[in-house]
Ligand binder design. Structure first.
Ligand code: LCS
Length: 399
């Protein structure tokens, strides 16, 4: 069979064929899981040539593995980047990327609304290495400009942000980064490349917690960085090799499998999320709904320009604060009370006491993560059942 030119393929075709298709040596339709720590050389010269870079080949799974490569190749296609590198978690991808760009004495500018683990890395751990994260409201471009100085090495944006779904204007952020000759890094976990392609908007590096929509089934922790070949080669050759935050071949395979259904999953996550956001928007026990697809979202217009869809995450402010939120979470039946997101199962959690408990009380107030904020990761169950479930749990709250 002649080979299809993947460069001409549309997104859904790449999701199925982008990892390389049928295994040429065995005919296996599904890419083999190369569960091997090491790879034999044909002879001494072959080994030495691979080590010196004169020949391509696999050496040791901490440095590269064919199942990992299949996932990386596919992610590079989907994000429109030259190359990609898989990691054992989203946090490994984020920390390795920052280590590759910043040295002691440097700073970088980042969104102030971030996944709580990223915030903790930025404000608790990196200062120990004398790397300063300057967290600002990146929906306000002048705050970004004011924070940049001659020691700033990159701009880090999470959009839509976890958990308030604030949207930063990526084309405008890229313009600022270019002006100051620093790379723009975008955490694209919430949108996935199906709804948002930051590299096309001027970003230099994209990061995912692949644990979420990329895997999609709540069974794998993983991360990935996508960018220029030179940057990814440095990341692999120095930071992955030396820090060792690698993905296992089995997990890489689970992600390749997950990606095959990414477009249909994302469409359905979004359809369900929009219906739930609209149901909550006019519910008497709800104060406010944060969903980028609603016209009431403060950056709805920017979202419309830079995203082709709004995803499956919905946050809302419940009347009656923490106590009402606890009652809701204890009364819910189909949604699972759990952190993480992007799974086929619907999940519910309380950011202030769970995913974002790494923020101080002052920081929580500043970024709008209130005690009454509840976050939903809307899954793929029938939306009528999800709305009925939320309805009965809201009814159980006495305010
Ligand atoms: N980036 C975003 C936007 C995230 O939401 C997370 C994890 C990470 C990076 C880190 O990825 P990991 O190392 O977990 O693969 N977010 C989580 C959350 O909201 N609940 O549990 C984990």
């Amino acid at each position: 069979m002649s080979k299809f030119d993947l460069k001409k393929a549309h997104f859904a075709t790449l999701c199925i064929h982008g990892s390389g298709g049928v295994d040429q040596s065995t005919g296996a339709l599904s890419i083999p899981i190369y569960q091997s720590s090491t790879f034999a050389f044909k002879n001494a010269k072959h080994g030495a040539d691979i080590f010196s870079g004169e020949q391509e080949g696999y050496v040791y799974t901490r440095i590269g593995n064919p199942t990992q490569s299949a996932f990386e190749k596919e992610m590079a296609f989907l994000e429109g980047g030259e190359a990609a590198l898989a990691f054992g978690s989203g946090m490994a991808a984020i920390s390795s990327t920052i280590f590759s760009l910043c040295r002691s004495g440097d700073n970088f500018v980042s969104s102030n609304t971030l996944y709580g683990g990223t915030h903790s890395l930025f404000v608790d751990t990196l200062p120990r290495l004398e790397i300063e994260a300057r967290e600002v409201d990146t929906t306000n471009l002048s705050e970004i400009e004011e924070a940049i100085d001659e020691k700033t090495r990159c701009l880090y944006i999470e959009t839509p942000a976890n958990p308030t779904l604030m949207i930063s204007d990526l084309a405008a952020c890229a313009k600022i980064a270019r002006k100051h000759k620093i790379p723009l890094i975008v955490d694209n976990t919430f949108s996935t490349p199906y709804f948002q392609r930051p590299l096309e908007l001027g970003a230099d590096i994209v990061i995912h917690s692949a644990t979420k929509y990329i895997g999609g089934h709540g069974d794998t922790v993983a991360g990935v960085a996508i960018g220029g070949k030179e940057f990814i080669d440095d990341l692999r050759g120095n930071f992955l090799r030396d820090l060792g935050g690698i993905i296992s071949p089995l997990n890489a395979w689970l992600l390749v499998r997950g990606l095959k259904t990414l477009p249909v999953r994302m469409e359905q996550h979004q359809r369900n999320a929009l219906k739930i956001a609209k149901f909550l928007q006019f519910h008497p026990k709800v104060d406010y709904v944060w969903y980028p697809g609603l016209a009431s979202h403060p950056q709805h217009e920017i979202g419309k320009q830079q995203m082709s869809g709004y995803g499956g995450m919905v946050s809302f402010e419940i009347k009656g604060g923490r106590k009402a939120g606890e009652k809701l979470m204890n009364s819910i039946k189909i949604f699972t009370l759990a952190v993480s997101l992007g799974d086929v199962d619907s999940l519910i959690e309380h950011p202030a006491s769970m995913t974002h408990s790494t923020y101080s009380s002052e920081e929580l107030v500043k970024v709008g993560i209130t005690d009454g904020l509840v976050r939903l990761s809307v899954g793929l169950e029938d939306v009528h059942d999800l709305i009925d479930d939320l309805s009965q749990a809201l009814k159980a709250i006495k305010i």
